[in-house]
Design a protein around this ligand. Structure first.
Ligand code: PGA
Length: 250
């Protein structure tokens, strides 16, 4: 059976105690995750270890929202992939649009972070997506291709896995999700491009992110090239997340 990915990006929505409390509630809800459902939550860096302990044996893994590309050194405020791995993380978001646009992360930095994640046993979840201006200009495919080329051209993969998330910037946290047919078109493009750039990633899982909720998730999961969803705001709302879990488990 094909895997379905249900990922929750908690962003900076919850403080430490709220993160731990939410993880405890979540554990009660997800005891019955079927084998083919891969679920990961991305808590705040300070809560990641404790959330991982709470979710131990629940089938839900934890991941970092961001990593530094360097292992150790004079990088004030940064946390390395190796440190996150030692704290229990198995995944890392890389190049989330809020990192790219608020913190000016470049395609080059994204590439370095992908390499750091893979070198330290984390699965990078590489986020790509066009802005509204790029969509209006009609350069969606070119934007995605440039992001993927920087991320994957000549990338050497010695074991480990990679996931891509298509997150159109204009759909994130706006309540205006992408049309599922358009998401399918872009996902198919992403799979083709990644396979061409890096043959060892022949069938990379591609998740859709951007205003996913309990009402629209079915439309995305019905698409052939949509392997799952990356949910932001809805991942910290008990009712929404509960409904999303029920949908992917159905
Ligand atoms: P959203 O965020 O679900 O709140 O739109 C998605 C994301 O940023 O990963």
């Amino acid at each position: 059976m094909k895997n379905i990915y249900l990922f929750g990006n908690w962003k900076m929505y919850l403080d430490y105690q709220e993160s731990v409390d939410w993880a405890k509630q979540l554990k009660e809800r997800v005891l019955e995750l079927p084998e083919h459902v891969v679920s990961v939550v991305f808590p705040s860096s300070v809560a990641l270890h404790r959330v991982g302990e709470v979710l131990k044996d629940s089938g839900v893994a934890v991941g970092a929202q961001n990593i530094c590309w360097v292992e150790k050194g004079a990088y004030t405020g940064e946390v390395s992939a190796a440190t996150y791995r030692s704290l229990g993380a198995m995944y890392a978001l890389v190049g989330h649009s809020e990192r790219r646009h608020i913190f000016h992360e470049s395609n080059h930095e994204v590439r370095q972070k992908i390499e750091a994640a893979l070198a330290h046993g984390l699965t990078p979840v590489v986020c790509v997506g066009e802005t509204l201006a790029e969509r209006k200009e009609g350069v969606i495919d070119e934007t995605i291709e440039a992001q993927l080329r920087a991320a994957f051209a000549h990338l050497t993969i010695n074991g480990g896995s990679v996931i891509v998330a298509y997150e159109p910037v204009w759909a994130i946290n706006t309540g205006e999700a992408c049309d599922p047919n358009e998401a399918e078109r872009v996902h198919a493009l992403i799979k083709r491009l990644v396979a061409g750039l890096c043959p060892s990633l022949a069938d990379v899982p591609v998740l859709y992110g951007g205003s996913v909720n309990a009402e629209n998730i079915d439309g995305f999961l019905a698409q052939e090239s949509v392997d799952g969803v990356l949910v932001g705001a809805g991942s910290v709302k008990p009712d929404t997340w509960g409904n999303l879990v029920s949908t992917v488990c159905a």
